[in-house]
Design a protein around this ligand. Structure first.
Ligand SMILES: *Cc1c(COP(=O)(O)O)cnc(C)c1O
Length: 361
């Protein structure tokens, strides 16, 4: 059976080497005579996997031991609630930059608790760009400023790290964490549901400043508190061992491939191929994102009409290009080109876009 080029937004493509490695050791992990999903999370072989994944994540991000990596379930969506629960109050609210669906969902949770406010929004422009620094209204009393670094659905990405003065910066990096070097030290809390760029669904990687996590609210139930995960090395209860194991393999793969600089190099090549196909199409393809907000991870574009869009999806599939249909709130196409998408996949898609245009103008 042939594998396809998988452009799905998430769950998404993973490095084939990683999948093969997991397959090869599935029945007998680390000479235990058991698979990784059958052994105790208190066992030595599991502990090794758990701690190595954490260490490699910090190493790739260039962060020292003033940061901690937590593994939490409930998806990025639970982080939307845990963040305001732990850190925001009416006096020191969470401040949110609305740049797409997920940042709006994050704000919604803070709003339910009555502890959220909006620092900027590009909703009126159908989220075709992220707000500029000079548009951010940062409340100096805010508990944090929350951004979504890459807007998976609209295909926009922050290409700057907001300056927030003394206000801690938090980011949802679900769809672009470890895709390029970023000055991660400027952030107090970063989280990513791993099923976009880092592994299978089931775990969220939270990278948090230790000084910050110690400030978790102490009136919350145990499993909603960051300090529970922090104090117990994310082993207070049974962790999603298989997801963490796969994340460990993916980050090792990133490291062995040349780290974040190499990921960025590849991702820029892929993105350029597709954006060039859009820009050189005489208006046949229309990108959703403003040029200076374009995402390196999710390339969104429309065709002249929905009939052609349906045809594009069907013919792409015949070329082994899967998952290019866009999200219903933007329409059109979305090609997700995460770390694991080979450059060849983007080349074939760009070539297909060109040929499709020529035979359908
Ligand atoms: C997919 C996604 C989410 C939602 O993640 P879940 O793990 O499904 O809750 C949140 N933020 C961003 C940026 C995403 O891409």
């Amino acid at each position: 059976m042939k594998r396809v080029y998988n452009f799905n937004p998430g769950p998404a493509t993973l490095p084939e080497e990683v999948l093969r490695e997991a397959q090869a050791e599935f029945l007998n992990f680390d000479s235990s005579g058991m698979s990784i999903i059958e052994i105790s999370h208190r066992s030595k072989p599991y502990e090794k996997v758990h701690n190595a994944a954490k260490a490699t994540i910090l190493e790739l991000m260039g962060l020292g031991d003033d940061y901690e990596v937590l593994f939490i379930q409930g998806g990025a969506s639970l982080q939307f609630a845990m963040i305001p629960l732990n850190f925001a109050t009416k006096e020191n609210p969470g401040s949110y930059v609305l740049s797409g669906t997920f940042s709006s969902n994050a704000f919604k949770e803070a709003d339910i608790l009555g502890v959220g406010e909006i620092a900027a929004s590009t909703k009126d422009e159908n989220f075709k760009r992220v707000p500029r620094q000079d548009e951010l209204k940062i409340n100096p009393n805010a508990a944090y400023l929350h951004i979504c670094n890459n807007n998976t659905i609209y295909g926009t990405e922050f290409h700057y790290v907001p300056e927030t003065g003394n206000v801690p910066l938090f980011a949802d990096m679900s769809s672009d964490m470890l895709s390029r070097p970023v000055d991660f030290k400027k952030f107090s809390l970063i989280y990513a549901g791993v099923q976009k760029n880092l592994g299978p669904a089931g775990v969220v990687v939270v990278v948090v400043k230790k000084s910050f996590v110690e400030k978790s609210s102490d009136i919350l139930p145990t499993m909603l508190r960051y300090d529970t995960f922090y104090k117990k090395n994310s082993l207070y209860n049974t962790p999603p061992a298989f997801s963490i194991y796969m994340v460990g393999k993916v980050v090792e793969w990133i490291k062995n491939s040349g780290g974040l600089a190499e990921m960025a190099r590849r991702n820029q090549i892929k993105a350029k191929l597709l954006y060039d196909a859009i820009d050189n199409s005489d208006g046949f393809y229309r990108g959703h994102a403003d040029k200076d907000s374009r995402s390196f991870m999710n390339v969104t574009f429309r065709l002249p009409n929905e009939e052609l869009e349906k045809k594009f999806v069907a013919e792409a599939l015949q070329k082994n290009l899967s998952g290019v249909k866009g999200h219903r709130s933007v329409g059109g196409m979305r090609a997700s080109i995460y770390n694991a998408m080979p450059i060849e996949g983007a080349e074939i898609l760009a070539d297909f876009m060109d040929k499709f245009r020529k035979s359908n103008v």
